[in-house]
Design a protein around this ligand. Structure first.
Ligand code: ADP
Length: 328
């Protein structure tokens, strides 16, 4: 266990979920942007806040936001707190009537951007806590705990951002209950992301989806998912490119994102392998084999949104293979 009061620094990457055909099951972590966090274990009797609240028989979690997003600090309302509560409930090696966690969060991933802002806080908190406690939990346990944070953010316990945030790389969530996450290998891929500064509510992005799928579409989609997984494992860029096609979700969701169809055409023409909506939007991502292509894709994204007069932010980055890291 790390000594009481000693701060550790945590880096929690952004993630792209709903990887084109892999709606709700395939996602990957990126090297930029990422959240910065600090965490420490404290003696609850030394914890001013704990004693003011007279709250000593509950797990003590203190959240300190050091960014301008004004996110909740009540542990059960902040995704980091919700994830920690789940971890503390299952931890048998520490007496949380005497010990608690302090968590400082500096969000560099804008909440609601569609690149896993909530997942970064939840995953960062449980990986940090596990390290402070001497690593009693497995990665699968940590994914399970962090999913409680996603429930706070979107009402649903999903793992498609959490799994890549904790494992790094590309992950496949084969099943949620019981949880089965498979970390997939991938060849070098460059990722270009654009975040148009509009709001797409996750609830809206879910509610417009059809509840039934035509068999012919399902067959196409599972061919693409299998092709994408095989392409990633074989390092076959052409197969990856051919498989980055979504015939079920994208045609419906893309209407929420201005300029989506034109952007897709322009990015493909610039040489991208393929891409689509990140999470439930509004961010859009494209994958490229070469860095120059990823930069050309970025120019297309800027050109399109400047033309539409829409404020936006772009990133050119690579797949993050480590997931959440602790600075030692
Ligand atoms: P994203 O895909 O960017 O994570 P979501 O809409 O899924 O976006 O999650 C953001 C929501 O979660 C916001 O409503 C935000 O207020 C809430 N939230 C609570 N705590 C946090 C946190 N620590 N980090 C990010 N979002 C949080």
């Amino acid at each position: 266990m790390i000594p009481i009061n000693q701060w550790i620094k945590i880096k929690a990457p952004a993630t792209v979920a709903n990887m084109v055909c892999g709606f709700d099951i395939l996602g990957f972590a990126v090297n930029n942007p990422y959240d910065e966090m600090e965490m420490r274990l404290v003696n609850r009797s030394d914890n001013q806040l704990g004693s003011v609240l007279g709250n000593v028989d509950k797990p003590a979690i203190t959240i300190i936001n050091i960014d301008d997003y004004n996110l909740p600090t009540a542990p059960e309302k902040n995704v980091a707190g919700a994830a920690l509560i789940a971890l503390m409930e299952e931890c048998t090696t520490v007496d949380f009537s005497t010990l608690g966690f302090e968590v400082k969060i500096n969000k560099l991933i804008k909440p609601g951007s569609g690149v896993g802002s909530s997942a970064a806080s939840s995953a960062g908190a449980v990986v940090g806590a596990n390290y402070l406690l001497g690593n009693p939990f497995s990665k699968d346990d940590l994914v399970r705990f962090a999913m409680n944070g996603e429930k706070v953010a979107s009402g649903v316990k999903h793992a498609d951002n959490i799994a890549p945030c904790i494992h790094g790389g590309v992950t496949l969530v084969r099943s949620i209950f019981p949880l089965e996450v498979i970390a997939l290998p991938s060849p070098t891929l460059f990722v270009t992301i654009v975040h148009p500064q509009i709001e797409v509510r996750t609830a809206d992005a879910r509610s417009i989806l059809k509840q039934n799928v035509q068999l012919k579409d399902a067959i196409k989609q599972w061919g693409n998912i299998a092709g994408l997984v095989a392409g990633l494992m074989k390092g076959d860029y052409d197969l990856i490119g051919r498989s980055l096609e979504d015939v079920i979700i994208e045609p419906i969701r893309s209407i929420l994102i201005p300029g989506f169809d034109d952007l897709k055409k322009a990015c493909k023409a610039a040489g991208a392998l393929g891409g689509g909506i990140s999470g439930s939007g509004p961010s859009i991502f494209f994958l490229s084999k070469e860095k120059q292509t990823a930069l050309a894709v970025e120019q297309e994204m800027k050109k399109l949104y400047e033309g539409l007069g829409l404020a936006h932010h772009t990133y050119v980055t690579t797949i993050n293979q480590e997931g959440v890291t602790i600075e030692k």
